[in-house]
Structures are given as C-alpha cells and as structure tokens.
Design a protein around this ligand. Structure first.
Ligand SMILES: [Zn+2]
Length: 462
C-alpha cells in the first residue's frame, strides 16, 4: 500500500492491543522459564571487520579463523571471499599467512581447508627429496612423505589442528632466510603451511609462526584484486541448535498408545539430516523408556499441590525440557487422533503469543509436510496451519507452544516467547490409511527431509 492508504483502525485500537499483549506476556512469575534467555538466530559471533586492511571475516571462514588460532595464526584478511577462476570458481579468501578455501562437497569438518601453499612455495627444491633425519623419542615419521616431525614444531602442529589443518611435513627442519625480514630462521614446510621458529618470541604464542605464504601467493595473483567479492560461504546450520521434541512418552503413550513411538522414529530420522547440515541437534528424549516427568525439575513448580491432568503435566515436562536445552528453534513432533472413527488431515500448530516468527515457521513446515506426503502418493483431506488457541483446549496445545489457555487460576506465563517453535500433527494415527503411512519408514524419511528443508528455509529468511 502507498502513503495514501487509509487506516481502518485508529491508534486507540493498537494501544488496546498492545496493552492486551503486555498483560498476556506479563502473565505472572515466569517460574520455570526464568533462566531462559532466547538466543536469536544471528550472525556468527566470530565475524569481524579489520580496518587495518579493509576486509573482514564472515561465515564458515570466520569460524575457522577464530577457532584455529585467529590473528597470530593466520594474520589479517587481505581480500574478500572471491570465486577463484583458477580454482574452477572455488570460494577462497587470502590471509597474510594462509589462503582459505571452501569445499562444499567435503564432510562438514573439512569444508574449510587451507590451500596447499606450502607445497606451492616449496616447489621442486631438493630438501623435499632429502632423507629423513633419524627419528627416536618425541618424533613422528610420516611414511606418506618420508619426513619427520618433532619437538617444538610437533607440539605446534598437534595443538593447531594437525593433519586436517596443516597437512603432512614435506621437508625436515631446515634453515633459510626469511624474505619478509632478511633474517635466518629454522623452518619446516608442510603441505598447507610453512612453520617458522622465532626464538626472539620464545615462551609466547608467537614462538612458532606460519610463514607469510598468503601474502606471497596473493602477490603472484594480481587478478584477485579485480574480482568481485562473493558472500562468505557457510553451512546452513552452522552455529545453530535445534531441539526435536519426540511428542509424549510411555507415561501416556499419546494417540492410540503408539504415538510416542512414532514421534521418536520421526525425530531419529530427522536428526542425522540436520547434523549433516551443520546443526547441533538435541532430542527431548532419545529412547522409548525415558519419561520426562520422572525429572522433578521439569514439572510445574506447584505440581505437588495442584491437580493438573496427566496430559498437561506431560506436555509441560516436554516444554520444560525444550527450554532447558536452549535451542535456536524447536519442533514438537506429534501425530493426531480423532475421537471417533477414521478421518485424516495434516496440521501444524503455532502460537502467536510466542511471537510472530512461529506462524512463518509453521507455514514453511506445513508446506514441506504436504510436499512430502504428495511424494509418497498421498493427499490428505486438508493441509493447514492453525493458531494453537483455536483448538479450544483448557490449556495451550499440550502446554508446549505457550500457555495461552492455562487452567483456571494458573498464570505460569508465556514460557516460549521469541523461541521459534511449532507443533506438527502431520497425519492421524486413527485413520487406517494414514496410520499405514506413519508405519512406513520411507514416509518418515521423506517427512524428515521436509522438516530439514523447512528449518533451512526458516533460517535463510532471518
Ligand atoms: Zn500428540
């Protein structure tokens, strides 16, 4: 709408709405959730900008830089991330002492690798083919390259990440004049680095430095400065924690007494898909024996003196467990039950009281659930998202999405504020056709893929 659009409701209405929300959110003492501080889905805290060179670190490169030694190890960034035409479009970034590369097809822990600058700098020098020095205590001989690693350099190599970071030794320790300052140092070449021993820094973090191979390599590639910066690469789930709530447990069983098993099967199918995307994943329960209510810390603070019904207590315990795991996003997985007879359908519930992010997450999840079911040859009678309060229970849906309709006289407050969380009822246990789909591992695998895509899509919009 343009600037001339007419308001149909005046500021008085909005003020009333704000007051209502404030009252609802204030609720009462937020007892069980008092320690919960929602962690917003935000940029990696490792991201930095360096005015010294005018470049910064972000994404997976920032995390690798920060976690593997930072400034003393790799030096300042000398370029933005660029798509290197000489590397087939590989995303790389130059630092003073290394060049970072992002390999999206590698396993997550190796996607960021240091370029083979040690190998390139050493070239065909005779030291590479020289025989290994005798190797005894405090020494390792690498048959792969026929060279040894010992003493200070060995300790540095191990502490700095070892083989995946630096690669194999390509020479023995040798002495050479450093091009940067004209002085002679003990050095050793590795596939991805040159170690330099600086006795003037003995006892400090700078006693062993990586040679300035990134700076030297960049000097040989004047075309890099003319390339456009590209977005810092990243894994979609890096730095984010997901909680999968396998709805119910054997204390109630859930729909048909079997739902709790199927919610766990679904969570277990989804977990590895999320972990492969870089997410950290926790389950509220990892097996069918665990009963969350057995943990007193997960009960309402007045559980001993208040006659809550079993369903409320079970849901409350699951919600408490979700909060205790402090996720960036949570999905409570359920399957539905009709009070009488067959009748299927697919719903994802969200709670506006918990924040506007929930409706977006619900729509993304439900769309993927519908696509997954269609891929399995099934179109449910309906596929929808629904506000949690609409189901008309005496409390929020299994007390999980925010206690919007609490038992009379109870004001435990909105425990879920700002945490993206939805509750799914993808299929009905009580409908024979849908029950057969739930029992089919192939359906759950496809549903799991859909959940993972929806979670990626949610964070991609943040
Ligand atoms: Zn359920």
């Amino acid at each position: 709408m343009g600037g001339g659009a007419r308001r149909t409701r005046g500021p008085g209405f909005r003020l009333a709405l704000l007051l209502l929300c404030a009252l609802l959110l204030a609720g009462g003492p937020d007892l069980a959730g008092a320690e919960f501080v929602p962690s917003p889905p935000s940029a990696a805290p490792e991201e930095r900008f360096f005015p010294e060179t005018g470049f910064g670190t972000a994404g997976a490169f920032a995390r690798f830089w920060a976690r593997n030694g930072g400034l003393p190890r790799f030096g300042l960034p000398l370029s933005p991330p660029v798509a290197d035409p000489a590397g087939g479009g590989l995303t790389t970034q130059y630092f003073e002492r290394a060049r970072f590369e992002f390999h999206p097809d590698y396993p997550p822990q190796y996607r960021v690798s240091l370029a083979l600058l040690g190998l390139a700098a050493l070239g065909d020098r005779p030291e590479r083919a020289a025989p290994a020095a005798p190797c005894a205590d405090d020494c390792a001989l690498f048959a792969e390259t026929g060279h040894t690693l010992r003493d200070t350099f060995q300790r540095f190599w191990i502490a700095g990440g070892g083989l995946p970071v630096f690669g194999y030794p390509l020479t023995e320790e040798l002495r050479e004049v450093n091009a940067a300052d004209g002085r002679e140092y003990a050095v050793q070449y590795f596939e991805r680095a040159r170690f330099e021993h600086h006795p003037e820094h003995a006892g400090t973090d700078h006693e062993v430095l990586l040679g300035l191979l990134g700076r030297e390599a960049l000097a040989a590639r004047p075309d890099i400065a003319g390339l456009p910066a590209v977005a810092a690469p990243d894994d979609p789930g890096a730095g984010r924690t997901i909680v999968l709530d396998a709805g119910h447990d054997r204390s109630t069983g859930g729909a048909g007494g079997v739902e709790y098993r199927d919610t766990l099967r679904t969570a277990l199918a989804l977990r590895p898909l999320l972990e492969a995307r870089g997410y950290t994943v926790h389950l509220t329960r990892a097996d069918d024996d665990t009963v969350l209510l057995d943990d007193p810390s997960l009960r309402p603070p007045d559980a001993a003196t208040t006659p809550y019904d079993a369903g409320y207590l079970e849901g409350y315990a699951h919600a408490s467990k979700i909060l205790a795991l402090a996720p960036d996003l949570a999905i409570s997985i359920h399957y539905n039950a009709a009070p009488s007879g067959p009748g299927g359908g697919s719903t994802t519930y969200y709670c506006d009281l918990g924040g506007p992010q929930n409706r977006l997450l619900a729509e993304l999840v439900q769309r993927e659930i519908a696509l997954a079911l269609r891929d399995r040859g099934y179109t449910p009678p309906y596929s929808r998202v629904e506000e949690d309060a609409a189901i008309g229970k005496a409390y929020g849906h299994l007390a999980t999405l925010g206690n919007v309709n609490e038992p009379a006289g109870r004001t435990l407050g909105n425990r879920m504020a700002s945490l993206p969380i939805v509750l799914t009822e993808a299929l009905f246990e009580t409908d024979p056709l849908e029950r057969a789909l739930i029992a089919d591992d192939a359906t759950l695998a496809r549903l799991a893929e859909g959940y993972a895509r929806a979670i990626d899509a949610y964070f991609a919009r943040q």
